[in-house]
Design a protein around this ligand. Structure first.
Ligand code: TRP
Length: 329
C-alpha cells in the first residue's frame, strides 16, 4: 500500500463535475491506499484572508466529501490548520527553497498578475507549504490535476535538495497519481466547456430538485436537427454526455434514436435528464443536510482525523529535527 496525500481546496460547493472527477477517484482510492485527505485551509489564506470566507466553506467541503462517501474510518480526513507540524516542516523547508525558483512558478506569476493588491509571502511559498503537506506523511503519491504538476516537480526538487544536503534518503520523491483516460469530463449547461461554478452552468450536489429542474430546462441547446443523421452540436452533445453518468442505457439510446431520426424534442430530453440527475444527487443531498446539522459528528470526525494525522506528522518532525541537527540541552 502506498501513502497518498491530497489537499482539497476549500472553495465551497461541489458540482457534478467535481463528483465524477476528483471525488470519484478519491472514493476508489480510499480502499486501495493509505490515504490522508485534508482541507487546505492555510492555503486558502493566500487568497481569501477573511474569517467569513474561511470557516463556512471549509465545513461545507468536509460535509460534502463525507456525504459523497469518503469514509473517515478508512481514510484520515483532517483540517490542515489542526496539524501544527505542517507549519513547522514548512518553516524548515523554506530555508532550503530559493527565491528564484519560487518566482518562476507559473501559479505565482499568474497570482501576481491577477491579485495585484495582495502579493503576500504566502503566495510565493505556496509550493513549499504544499510540499510540507505531502512530506509530513512521507507520501509517495499525490492525486492532482494537470494544473498542479509544476508544484509536484518543485516538491521533488525540495526533496532531492534536502536529501543531498543532509546525506539521507529520508524523504521519497512524490509522484502524481494520474487517472488520465478514466476521467470523465462533465460539461456544463451553458453550451461549451466543462462544468464550473458560474451561475446556471453547474449542478451542485446540494441543489434541491426545483433548482436542478430549473437549471436543466434552461440549458443551452440548438434549434433541433432538420434531417435524419445530422451531426450533433456541442451543447446537445454535452447534455448527452451528462446523461452518460446519470441515465440508464435505455434512456440514452431512446433519445439518441429520436435525435438520429430528427424527431427529438429537447424539452422531453431535458425533463428526463433533470429527473435522472435528481435521482442521482438526492441521496447525497439528504446526507449533506443531515451531516451538516450534526456538529457533534463533524467535530468527532475532525478530531479523530487530526489525531491520526498528528501521529504520523509528529514522528516525521521528530526525525527531521534530528536529521537537521537540533538537539535538546
Ligand atoms: N494546491 C492544491 C490545489 O490547488 C491543493 C493542495 C494543497 C494540495 N496542498 C496539497 C494538493 C497537497 C495535493 C497535495 O488543488
Amino acid at each position: 500500500m502506498e501513502t497518498v496525500v491530497s489537499g482539497i481546496r476549500s472553495t465551497g460547493n461541489l458540482h457534478l463535475g467535481n463528483y465524477f472527477g476528483a471525488l470519484k477517484n478519491f472514493l476508489r482510492m480510499q480502499h486501495e491506499n493509505h490515504c490522508y485527505f485534508f482541507i487546505a485551509d492555510y492555503h486558502s489564506l493566500t487568497t481569501h484572508p477573511t474569517p467569513e470566507d474561511l470557516h463556512g466553506s471549509s465545513k461545507q467541503v468536509l460535509v460534502e466529501y463525507l456525504a459523497a462517501g469518503l469514509d473517515p474510518e478508512i481514510v484520515t480526513i483532517y483540517m490542515q490548520s489542526d496539524i501544527p507540524e505542517i507549519p513547522e516542516l514548512y518553516l524548515l523547508l523554506n530555508m532550503n527553497a530559493y527565491k528564484g525558483e519560487l518566482e518562476r512558478c507559473t501559479s505565482f506569476k499568474e497570482k501576481i498578475r491577477n491579485q495585484t493588491e495582495n502579493i503576500n509571502a504566502g503566495l510565493l511559498t505556496y509550493p513549499v507549504l504544499m510540499a510540507a503537506d505531502v512530506l509530513i506523511h512521507r507520501a509517495t503519491k499525490v492525486p492532482v490535476g494537470k494544473d498542479q504538476e509544476q508544484h509536484l516537480e518543485m516538491m521533488r526538487t525540495f526533496v532531492a535538495r534536502f536529501n543531498r544536503m543532509y546525506k539521507t534518503e529520508y524523504f521519497p520523491e512524490p509522484l502524481a497519481y494520474n487517472f488520465g483516460e478514466q476521467l470523465i469530463k462533465i460539461p456544463g449547461l451553458d453550451g461549451s466547456g466543462k462544468m464550473g461554478k458560474s451561475e446556471g452552468n453547474g449542478i451542485f450536489l446540494a441543489d434541491d430538485p426545483a433548482a436542478i429542474r430549473k437549471k436543466v430546462m434552461r440549458a443551452v441547446t440548438d434549434s433541433g436537427p432538420l434531417t435524419p443523421g445530422q451531426e450533433m452540436s456541442e451543447p446537445v452533445r454535452n447534455l448527452f454526455t451528462i446523461m452518460q453518468v446519470v441515465s440508464t442505457p435505455e434512456t440514452i439510446s431512446h433519445f439518441r434514436e429520436k435525435f438520429d431520426h430528427a424527431e427529438i424534442r429537447y424539452g422531453d430530453l431535458k425533463q428526463q435528464l433533470a429527473e435522472d440527475i435528481i435521482a442521482f444527487t438526492s441521496p447525497i443531498r439528504e446526507k449533506i443536510l443531515q451531516i451538516s446539522a450534526d456538529n457533534n459528528y463533524l467535530k468527532k470526525v475532525a478530531r479523530q482525523g487530526a489525531e491520526k494525522a498528528r501521529e504520523s506528522a509528529s514522528k516525521t518532525i521528530r526525525e527531521v529535527r534530528q536529521i537537521i541537527g537540533f538537539k535538546s540541552f
